[in-house]
Write a protein that binds this ligand. Structure first.
Ligand code: F1P
Length: 347
C-alpha cells in the first residue's frame, strides 16, 4: 500500500501539483501556513506532518483535533491552507470542520484521504489520495503509514513552492522512496515483538515515550495498544516525564521508547535513565547507531538500519503496530472488531 501511494506520485510522470487538482499550481504558491484537522490516528499523522511542513517545507503549521475546531472562533492568518486528514473521508467531526472552514478566509481547503468517492474528497478544493486499499480492522494501521507518505509528498510540494530549494525536494524524494524497502525489513522484527508482547499481556498500564516527531509515533503506539488490547496506555513527550508521569513508573508499568538516532537522542537517553532510576522496565526501539544496548531492565530491539528523519515516523510505527497486535492476540481480544469502536464515526 505504501509503495502504491508513493509510486503513483513518482512513476506516472504527472507533476505532483496536477495530482492535487487543476487549481493546485495556482493555489500552492499562495500558501504561507497550514492548519491541519483530523481525528484519532489521522490526527497523529497530522502531528508528524507538522515537522514535515515546518522543517522541510518552511511554513508554520498548527494541528488540532477536528472535534474541537468549530467550537472556537479561529483566527485565520493570511495565506493559510486548511488541510483535513481522514482515512474514510466520512468522519463527522472532520467533515463538519471542513464545512465550517469554508468561507473562513483560507487560501483553499485540502484533503488527504483514502476513499475517492467520500464526502471529504468531493468537498475539498485540493485532494491527495492515499492508496491504502480498504482497512479490514477498525483500528487504522496502513492508513496511518500511507497518510505519512502522502504528507511527506505534500511537504515536498510546499517546499517546492516556498523555499525554491531543489536540494530539499530531492532529499525528501530519496528518503521517501526508500521507505517501502525499510518497512519490508522492519516486518522481520515481528518475532521480537512477539517476545515483548509476553511481558505486556498481563499488565494493566503502559507508557510510551518519544521526542520530536517520535512523540506522535508514541501516541499512535499507545492508541493501537489501548484500542485492540484494552490495556491503558498513555504517551508522553519524554521531556515531560518529570512533570508528572514519573510518579507512575514502577516495575509493573512497561515503558516503551521510540529512539531514532536524531538530534534529540542524547536528551532521550537521559530521560530513559530517569525511568531506570525508578525501577521502570524499558522497551526501546532504537537505531543501530544510538549505542543503546540491552541490559537488565532495558530490552532493546534495533531497527534493521539507520532511519532518516523523514522516514522514522513511518518505519518506527510498524513494530509498535505489531506489538499491539500480538499483545491483543495473547490476551484473546478481537483485533479486528474491538468493543465499543466503529470504523467510521459518522455521528
Ligand atoms: C478517524 C478514526 C480512526 C480510528 C477509528 C475511528 O477516522 O479516529 O483513526 O482508527 O476507526 O476513527 P478517519 O477520519 O481517519 O476515517
Amino acid at each position: 500500500a505504501l509503495g502504491d501511494t508513493l509510486s503513483e506520485r513518482f512513476a506516472h510522470g504527472r507533476p505532483l501539483e496536477a495530482v492535487l487538482g487543476p487549481d493546485a499550481a495556482e493555489l500552492l504558491p499562495q500558501v504561507r501556513g497550514v492548519h491541519i484537522v483530523a481525528c484519532g490516528t489521522s490526527y497523529h499523522a497530522g502531528l508528524v506532518a507538522r515537522y514535515y511542513l515546518e522543517q522541510g517545507g518552511g511554513v508554520p503549521c498548527t494541528v488540532e483535533v477536528a472535534s474541537e475546531y468549530r467550537y472556537r472562533d479561529p483566527v485565520v492568518p493570511p495565506g493559510t491552507l486548511f488541510l483535513a486528514i481522514s482515512q474514510s473521508g466520512e468522519t463527522a467531526d472532520t467533515l463538519a470542520a471542513l464545512r465550517f472552514a469554508r468561507g473562513s478566509g483560507y487560501v483553499a481547503t485540502a484533503a488527504i484521504c483514502n476513499v475517492p468517492e467520500s464526502s471529504l474528497v468531493r468537498e475539498s478544493d485540493l485532494v491527495l489520495m492515499t492508496r491504502a486499499g480498504p482497512e479490514i480492522g477498525v483500528a487504522s494501521t496502513k492508513a496511518f503509514t500511507t497518510q505519512l507518505a502522502a504528507l511527506g509528498l505534500f511537504g515536498m510540494l510546499v517546499a517546492r513552492h516556498n523555499r525554491l530549494d531543489a536540494r530539499m525536494e530531492k532529499l525528501y524524494a530519496r528518503q521517501l522512496l526508500h521507505v517501502p524497502a525499510q518497512v519490508e525489513k522492519t516486518l522481520q522484527l515481528e518475532s521480537a515483538m512477539i517476545k515483548w508482547a509476553e511481558w505486556f499481556a498481563d499488565k494493566h498500564h503502559a507508557l510510551f515515550l518519544g521526542r520530536g516527531p517520535s512523540f506522535p509515533v508514541a501516541l499512535e503506539g499507545a492508541l493501537k495498544l489501548k484500542e485492540i488490547s484494552y490495556i491503558h496506555a498513555e504517551a508522553y513527550p519524554a521531556g515531560e516525564l518529570k512533570h508528572g508521569p514519573l510518579a507512575l513508573v514502577d516495575a509493573d508499568m512497561p515503558v516503551v521508547a521510540v529512539a531514532p538516532n536524531n538530534r534529540l537522542i542524547e536528551k532521550l537517553k537521559s530521560n530513559l535513565q530517569e525511568v531506570r532510576a525508578r525501577g521502570g522496565q524499558l522497551f526501546v526501539l532504537a537505531d543501530p547507531d544510538t549505542g543503546i544496548r540491552s541490559e537488565p531492565g532495558i530490552e532493546v530491539v534495533t531497527m534493521p538500519e539507520h532511519i532518516e528523519a523523514l522516514q522514522a515516523p513511518l518505519v518506527y510505527t510498524v513494530p509498535l503496530q505489531l506489538l499491539a497486535y500480538h499483545v491483543a492476540v495473547a490476551r484473546g481480544t478481537d483485533v479486528d472488531q474491538p468493543r465499543n469502536l466503529a470504523k467510521s464515526v459518522t455521528v
